[in-house]
Design a protein around this ligand. Structure first.
Ligand SMILES: Nc1ncnc2c1ncn2[C@@H]1O[C@H](COP(=O)(O)OP(=O)(O)OP(=O)(O)O)[C@@H](O)[C@H]1O
Length: 280
């Protein structure tokens, strides 16, 4: 039996942030002056929390995550991981995208072991760690299968096991369940929470699905667009472990409504982008 534990705050005042965005701006150059995707993001995420980022399409959620992953360079400002500036991808950040990005020629086990092999982890230890996460995501019977024989949900479970196995400080997830049917999606949400509760690895999770954000996160960042910025933060004080029954509680419904309203208020106006970008 698991004990009920309180929601972990995404950032407790006074505790050092694991990842910090400091006035992070991203401008994509182009004709007509280009486009300011992020207009100066300030965000601190403490170790161990589950933070979701929601907001209207095009508000810069993926750009924010890609900057944290070191895949996109900010135009100005910086991102610090453990106090050190992020200057490119690294094994301290595990990334899971909507598209599974598994190596099609490798088995589930070899995919999960991939990062460990690159990090020159000895074979026995590699095996042990990979098996632990393959078991945790429920793929034990498919460890020797190739990705093409797996369903979408199984591929994504494999991608999550691979990200965890590499032992990153933080998991950056960009709509990882976006391509899945709703039943598989809710099963994977529950499984991801079980894994997170067990491993307590910090997660930054982009989604456009308000229910998903409320179910998973201890804190939800609501972004607005033109330029992309943080509009507000909604704490989700639902205790963990959260289960199927959590979705049926009055607290869940109330938080879902609150978050919906926050997202609706953050929808872009019809003002011209050139005018709106003056704001920040
Ligand atoms: N390489 C690029 N060049 C020019 N503009 C870009 C580039 N990448 C993103 N953008 C623009 O930056 C803005 C933010 O994009 P981003 O994908 O981060 O938004 P998002 O909130 O994740 O959107 P969605 O929810 O639709 O996935 C969009 O207007 C997008 O068109």
């Amino acid at each position: 039996m698991t004990a009920t534990v309180p929601a972990v705050p995404a950032h407790s005042p006074g505790s050092p942030a694991l990842i910090s965005f400091r006035n992070t701006v991203k401008h994509f150059p182009g004709p007509d002056g280009g486009f300011t995707a992020l207009g100066g993001i300030g965000l601190e995420v403490a170790e161990g929390g589950f933070t979701a980022i929601v907001g209207p399409s095009g508000c810069g959620k993926s750009t924010l995550l890609a900057i944290a992953a070191g895949l996109v360079e900010p135009t100005s400002g910086e991102v610090l991981l453990d106090g050190r500036p992020v200057s490119g991808p690294g094994p301290d950040r595990g990334v899971v995208f909507q598209q599974y990005a598994l190596f099609p020629w490798l088995t589930v086990r070899a995919n999960v072991e991939f990062g460990l092999r690159t990090a020159r982890v000895p074979r026995a230890e590699r095996r042990r760690r990979a098996q632990h996460f393959i078991d945790l995501v429920g793929l034990a019977d498919f460890a020797d299968a190739l990705p093409k024989t797996l369903s979408g949900g199984m591929k994504q479970r494999c991608a999550i096991a691979r990200a965890y196995a590499a032992d990153p400080r933080i998991l950056l997830m960009d709509e990882p369940f976006g391509a899945l049917d709703s039943l598989t999606r809710s099963q994977l949400q529950e499984q991801l929470l079980q894994t997170w509760e067990r491993e307590r690895r910090t997660v930054l999770f982009v989604t456009h699905d308000v229910d998903e954000a409320v179910f998973l996160a201890s804190r939800v960042i609501v972004m607005a667009s033109r330029p992309g910025r943080i509009d507000r933060t909604v704490e989700i004080p639902l205790p963990y472990p959260r289960t199927r029954a959590t979705r049926l509680t009055a607290e869940f419904t109330a938080l879902r409504t609150e978050l919906w309203q926050a997202v609706q208020r953050s929808e872009p106006t019809t003002r011209p982008a050139s005018e709106a970008t003056q704001e920040n």
